[in-house]
Structures are given as structure tokens and as C-alpha cells.
Write a protein of this length. Structure first.
Length: 558
């Protein structure tokens, strides 16, 4: 399990500490991460994962992974498998095997019958639209169903017929009998069961009635011995219903307590499952693991380290009110982690050919370069240097602008770990574009130092043309241009950035020709951090650039 020893105090941890001080729950701390298996996990889920598993670790407790699989129409084993893998990738190990709400369908059904017999639930024949309309609204009274006065015996018989296939889908529902005039809309006779003839991924055709989330959630917590049911603020109004359901039953141990916290919102990011699914189905992105997506799968493919995500969640902390965090802060944690762990390599992503005219024919010189100056233990590597090189196109300017210090006619620059070179001539195409730069080199400057002590104002990277490895590089910008997508009042997808990805044909140093580990991130010197694709060895995704945009934001705020 990932260590969260440096987690700062917050109101949830203070609540847990208070419970332990009073020996509530016998001093136990038992949490769970309860996703619905109807989509892939995203960065918002990561906050809940870190919080629930972190609480269990910090207080010597346990944390389950439980799937609240109560809606077979939207659930799939694909999501189950992906969620299990993503939780592990993020650095957490659940207590025991995954749990499922469907494991408790029989018990939930028995408890529903107990509600009916006690006169606290009834079968309603009305359709969903009528039920919704009759619930009223804030300041608007609810209207009781004409079926609310059915006797417990009649309701029990109808409910069993629902279970046994006696009615079509949606013909009847089981509702709790609470208070149709309650200020809390969740208490206005919520639906507990509905008929759905849809095979379940785990129970198959055993059931054709399925419990709603609100009926299954609290009871599943109680069955599992959960002490602290942590959820996001949108469930605050559900807490009264959560407690009501538990209070009607004779529980096997204790009643869990629900605590709500603010979900994670990031600038330039959408985490709605419906919106993310639209991005995939409408082929705006390549899939759920597209590196532009805020899913954990997408972040993993892009090269975000799990450790950086955990550290970011630790920094963001837990609050009682919703707020939005700049995505640049997350990127700063990614950059800080990679700076200490990523090997340095040279790559040219917009190649321009350089010919060294005074280079001896056929000569190859091996130059030494550091693998990571932040970690001397990584040592050095040898790179072939020859008379024909690739440099970045924007590292040469035929007519240099003011304060442009890189290569231009008559100007000398340093080639990283190589020699000093001076541009002497160019080759132009028919449109006047530079296609080749001719240079001379100083053979006395191997390693980037001049014996006479002269200095140059720029150091640029390069790759030997004869030894270059061809690769495809993807550069990414924000998927959504507006900080809050849809900030002009339109749909969030109206803020999509049509230029969110740029694909280039790059030239890499030979060390990158050896197969990297899938997902391994290296720093392309002067360009940023790039992750080897999980499937294609010659494809790289830019994880983050080198510029610390978060620091710049902080300076502007100061």
C-alpha cells in the first residue's frame, strides 16, 4: 500500500480520531472505495481512492474495494477489470478480494420484505415520469401515490410477483413509505426496487428486480462492517435516506456513519462520465486511455507517475466546500517526480539537417552525456557524433531576431556534450525555406568546453543523422480551452480544443532505439518529459513540458 504518512490533518481525519478516542466502532476504522462499474476511473476517483485507502493505512484499519453493481444496463466486466487494475496501479492494495453489492442481493431482498411487512414500503404502479412529477419540489408539496395505502399483505404479494416475473419491465416499483412532504426531497418515498430484464454481469438471469443505489449502498456498508462511509458532497442530501434505511433494520453489527467531502474539480477538465463517454463514442478522442483524457488510463499512457498523483492529492487535501484546482498544480507534481527519476535523452522533433563541412569523412566520435544530473548514480552514456546531424528547426534562424542567441549565420553555439559549431552557409528550397545548414566545428571543444575559455550564449541538442532512430511523437495541449469548460453557458464540449494534439516525425538518439519499458518516461532534453507508448515502442507521448507553469501562476497571484 502506498504510504501517506505526511498527510495533513483535515475534518475527516479529525472525525475518525474523535471516534477512536470514544471507542466508537470498538476503535476500528474500516473504509471502502465503492465505484459503480459503469465506466473508467478518472482523476476525481483518485481523490476518493487516496482518501479511503489513506484513512485505513493511517489509522491501522482496513479498506475494501466494493463494486456497487446495481444497474446491469450500464455495467460491464470490462469496467470491473479496469478498475481493479487502476487501483493497483495507483499504489493501493484492497483488503481481500473485491466485494460486490450483488453478493448481497438475497439479503437486500429479505430486508425489503421486512420493510413491506412493517408497513414502511409499498408497490407503486405508476410510471417514472408520474412518480417524479408527484414528488413536487422545494416549496412545492408532494402528492401521495394512490397505491400508498395498499396493505402490507397486498404489497408483499405484488413484490414477490415482481421478483418472479409477473409484470413487464417498469410496470411496478417498490417505494419506501417515508414522508411525501419532507423538506429533503430524498425522503419523498424514494424508489427501492425496479424491474429490469437485463442479465447481470455476475448474477446472470437470477434476478429481474434490482435494488437502487440508495437501498443497496448503506446496507452493503453495514454487512461489510464499514465504520466510515466516505462520499462526495452531492450525497449530502442522501444521508438522511442512508440513515433511515439503516434504522429500519436489525443490523448484523452497527450503523456506519456517512461523511461527505468536496469532490476534485480541475481547470480545463471534464470528469462527467456522460461527457467522457461522448468524447469516446463520438471519436473526439481515441478511447478511454487517450492521453488527453482525465481517466487514470489516459494519465498512465501519458506517463503520469502514480506517486505524483498521490502527492498531488495529499497537497490538495480534503475540504467541505467545492472548489477548482489549477491543472498546472497537478502537472507541477508530475514534473517534480519525473525530474528525479527520468533518464535524459536527446531527441529532435522538428528536424533540420546540419552538415559539418570540416568534419573528417567517415569519422564517428563517441561523446559522454549524463543520464540524470539529479541522480549521479545513473552514470553516463555514450552518444555517436558525426559530420551530419539533426537539430531543431527553431534552433536556427537565418535572420535572427533580437535576443535570439541560438544558431544563425556567423554565430557559434555549443552542441550539448559535443563541440562548438559555427554556421557558415545554408541550402534553401524553391520557396526560400532553409533545408540544410552548413557549419564548421572546433575540434578542440569536445565536451562543450573551449581551451581558450571563450563562451557561447546557447547550447542546443542534436542527434547524429546516421544513427538516428525514427519515431512518432505526440504533443498535447489542453483538451478544453476554457478553464471551466462551457464557461460561456454552453455545453462543456463546446470548449473542445481542435488543436489538442500535434503529431510529429522525430529523430531520436540511439539509446532510445532499445525497447524502453512500456510507459517509461524519459526527458527529451530541452523539450519535456515523454512516455514510451504502452503498445507501440516507437511512439512517444509528451507527459509535461519543462516550464513550471504553476510557479508562474503563483507569481502572478503574489
Amino acid at each position: 500500500m502506498a504510504s501517506l504518512d505526511t498527510t495533513p490533518a483535515d475534518f475527516i481525519r479529525e472525525r475518525v480520531q474523535a471516534d477512536q478516542a470514544t471507542s466508537a466502532f470498538g476503535g476500528r476504522v474500516h473504509t471502502r472505495f465503492p465505484p459503480e462499474p459503469n465506466g473508467y476511473l478518472h482523476i476525481g476517483h483518485a481523490k476518493s481512492i487516496c482518501l479511503n485507502f489513506g484513512l485505513a493505512e493511517q489509522f491501522g484499519g482496513r479498506c475494501y474495494l466494493r463494486f456497487d453493481d446495481t444497474n446491469p444496463e450500464t455495467e460491464d466486466i470490462e469496467y470491473v477489470d479496469a478498475i481493479i487494475e487502476d487501483v493497483g496501479w495507483l499504489g493501493f492494495t484492497p483488503e481481500g478480494e473485491p466485494r460486490y453489492a450483488s453478493d448481497y442481493f438475497s439479503q437486500l431482498y429479505e430486508w425489503a420484505e421486512q420493510l413491506i411487512v412493517a408497513g414502511r414500503a409499498y408497490v407503486d404502479d405508476q410510471d417514472a415520469e408520474t412518480i417524479s412529477a408527484q414528488r413536487g419540489g422545494f416549496g412545492k408539496p408532494g402528492v401521495e401515490s394512490p397505491h400508498r395505502t395498499r396493505t402490507p399483505e397486498e404489497n408483499l404479494g405484488l413484490f414477490r410477483q415482481m421478483r418472479d416475473g409477473g409484470f413487464p419491465d417498469s410496470a411496478k416499483v417498490l417505494r419506501a413509505k417515508i414522508d411525501m412532504q419532507a423538506d429533503n426531497m430524498q425522503l419523498r418515498d424514494p424508489v427501492l426496487y425496479r424491474i429490469r430484464r437485463v442479465p447481470h454481469v455476475r448474477t446472470g438471469d437470477t434476478w429481474i428486480i434490482y435494488p437502487t443505489y440508495d437501498w443497496a449502498h448503506g446496507q452493503s456498508d453495514a454487512i461489510e462492517g464499514i465504520t466510515h462511509s466516505i462520499c462526495t458532497l452531492e450525497f449530502a442530501d442522501h444521508r438522511a435516506l442512508y440513515d433511515w434505511c439503516l434504522e429500519q433494520l436489525t443490523l448484523p453489527s452497527h450503523k456506519p456513519e456517512q461523511i461527505e467531502f468536496a469532490r476534485l474539480n480541475l481547470t480545463h477538465t471534464v470528469t462527467s462520465k456522460r461527457k467522457l463517454k461522448a468524447l469516446v463514442t463520438e471519436r473526439i478522442v481515441d478511447g478511454w486511455d487517450d492521453p488527453r483524457m482525465p481517466t487514470l488510463r489516459g494519465m498512465r499512457r501519458r506517463g503520469y507517475p502514480a506517486a505524483a498523483i498521490r502527492a498531488f492529492m495529499n497537497r490538495v487535501g480534503v475540504a467541505k466546500t467545492n472548489s477548482t484546482v489549477e491543472i498546472e498544480l497537478l502537472e507541477s507534481f508530475v514534473r517534480a517526480e519525473l525530474n528525479t527519476t527520468a533518464l535524459r535523452r536527446m531527441a529532435v522533433i522538428d528536424p533540420l539537417r546540419v552538415v559539418i563541412t570540416n568534419w573528417p569523412d567517415g569519422q564517428v566520435v563517441m561523446v559522454e552525456a549524463q543520464n540524470n544530473p539529479e541522480d549521479p548514480a545513473t552514470g553516463t552514456r555514450s552518444i555517436p557524433f558525426t559530420g551530419e546531424l539533426w537539430i531543431e528547426r527553431d534552433d536556427f534562424m537565418l535572420e535572427p531576431a533580437p535576443k535570439y542567441y541560438r544558431l544563425s549565420p556567423g554565430r557559434e553555439v555549443r552542441l550539448r556534450a559535443g563541440f562548438f559549431i559555427t554556421a557558415t552557409d545554408v541550402v534553401l528550397d524553391d520557396d526560400g525555406n532553409v533545408t540544410e545548414v552548413w557549419c564548421v566545428y572546433d575540434p578542440e571543444t569536445l565536451g562543450g568546453q573551449a581551451p581558450d575559455g571563450r563562451k557561447v550564449k546557447a547550447t542546443i541538442h542534436w542527434v547524429s543523422a546516421a544513427h538516428a532512430v525514427d519515431a512518432t511523437v505526440h504533443l498535447y495541449e489542453r483538451l478544453f480551452t476554457d478553464p471551466p469548460p462551457g464557461s460561456d453557458g454552453t455545453d462543456e464540449l463546446s470548449s473542445l480544443n481542435p488543436a489538442s494534439r500535434q503529431t510529429l516525425a522525430a529523430k531520436l538518439e540511439p539509446a532510445l532505439g532499445d525497447r524502453l519499458e512500456p510507459g517509461q518516461v524519459v526527458q527529451f532534453e530541452r523539450l519535456g518529459y515523454f512516455a514510451a507508448d504502452l503498445d507501440e515502442p516507437t511512439v512517444f507521448h509528451r507527459t509535461v513540458g519543462l516550464r513550471d507553469e504553476w510557479a508562474n501562476i503563483q507569481k502572478r497571484k503574489a
